[in-house]
Every structure is written in C-alpha cells, then in structure tokens.
Design a protein around this ligand. Structure first.
Ligand SMILES: [Zn+2]
Length: 183
C-alpha cells in the first residue's frame, strides 16, 4: 500500500505509468512512426515530426473521465486486492467518494474492461472445476440443484502461484457431457 501510494502520488506519475505501458520501447508515433515527442500543456504527446497528438488515456477506460487518474488507480488497486468480491458501496467508502453513482460507474467500467471482447481461449496450463452457487435448499443436499442454486463451470489459467484469466459458464448439470462441452 505504501509503495503504491508512493509510486502514484501525482497525476503525472500515473500518466508516466500509462505511457510506459503504451510505449514500452519509448514513444512511437502511430501516424508516422517517429520516436520523439513533445509534451503539451494539455498533457498530450505531440509527435516532433508530424505534430500528431496522442493522449495516453486514448482507448482506455480512463479516456475523457472527469475523475483524476489517481482515483482510478486507487480503485483498481482496491478492486484487485479484495479476496471475496467488491461492491460499489465498499469502493465509495474506501475512496471517500461523495456519490454512490460515481463508485458504481467506476466498478461498471472496470468490470467491462476486465472482460476481453475477443474472448480468446485460455492458454498454457488451465485448471477446470465446477462450483455450486447458492445456499442449501430444504430437502436437498449440497449437490442438489433446486430453484435457488446454480452450477457454474470455472476454468483458470495457472500463472505461478496465482491465477491468470478466468472463464465462467453456467452449466445444467455436472455430467461429462456438460463439462467437456465447456472445456
Ligand atoms: Zn508523427
């Protein structure tokens, strides 16, 4: 937490981080390929050769947001450090936001950003399991699927000691046919 706060203390620090993600080998103009840029007063990068202007937030969830990047970064830090789910109310309290709607909108955008539009298959080593979601119903055991329970198949990329991307899908039952279909 301290390291995070230290590193992203200012808007400039956040922008520098985004620039590094966008251009790991240094600036490269998307129009002419030139490798030098001026920084403009509006925090844009302007190509020294063709004057093309680029914002480091273009094409990201932060683009045209009224919120400081620091708030976005803190929200991402919080969301990715919660072990058991996140809520807009929790985010609002953590960031000290005055409006619930702001926290809700941030979460909505982050969830959207975490789902890849292409949905490429998971790669390398992948673990698959099924999970029963919902409480135990009267007259039914742990594996009884009634009206309030769902069976969800989950696949996760193994990345060292942690997990990478995941795919989830509701399946009708735990039969080999349903599971193999998901896999
Ligand atoms: Zn250029």
């Amino acid at each position: 937490m301290l390291e995070f706060e230290d590193r992203f203390r200012t808007e400039d620090a956040c922008r520098a981080y985004l620039a590094q993600l966008r251009w790991p080998q240094g600036f490269r103009c998307s129009r002419c390929g030139h490798s030098r840029a001026w920084r403009t007063s509006r925090h844009l990068w302007q190509c020294c050769a063709c004057s093309h202007e680029v914002s480091v937030t273009a094409g990201t969830v932060f683009h045209r947001s009224q919120l400081p990047l620091r708030v976005w970064f803190q929200a991402i830090w919080w969301v990715t450090n919660q072990k058991s789910g996140v809520s807009a109310l929790g985010l609002q309290r953590t960031l000290g936001l005055s409006r619930y709607e702001t926290a809700w909108a941030i979460l909505h955008k982050l969830r959207w950003a975490m789902t890849r539009p292409g949905r490429e298959p998971l790669t390398e080593e992948v673990e698959v399991d099924e999970i029963y979601l919902g409480g135990v119903e009267p007259g039914g055991g742990k594996r009884h699927l009634g009206r309030t329970k769902a069976l969800v198949a989950a696949a996760a990329e193994v990345q060292g000691g942690g997990i990478g991307r995941i795919h989830l899908r509701r399946i009708p039952d735990a039969s080999a046919e349903s599971l193999v279909g998901f896999v």
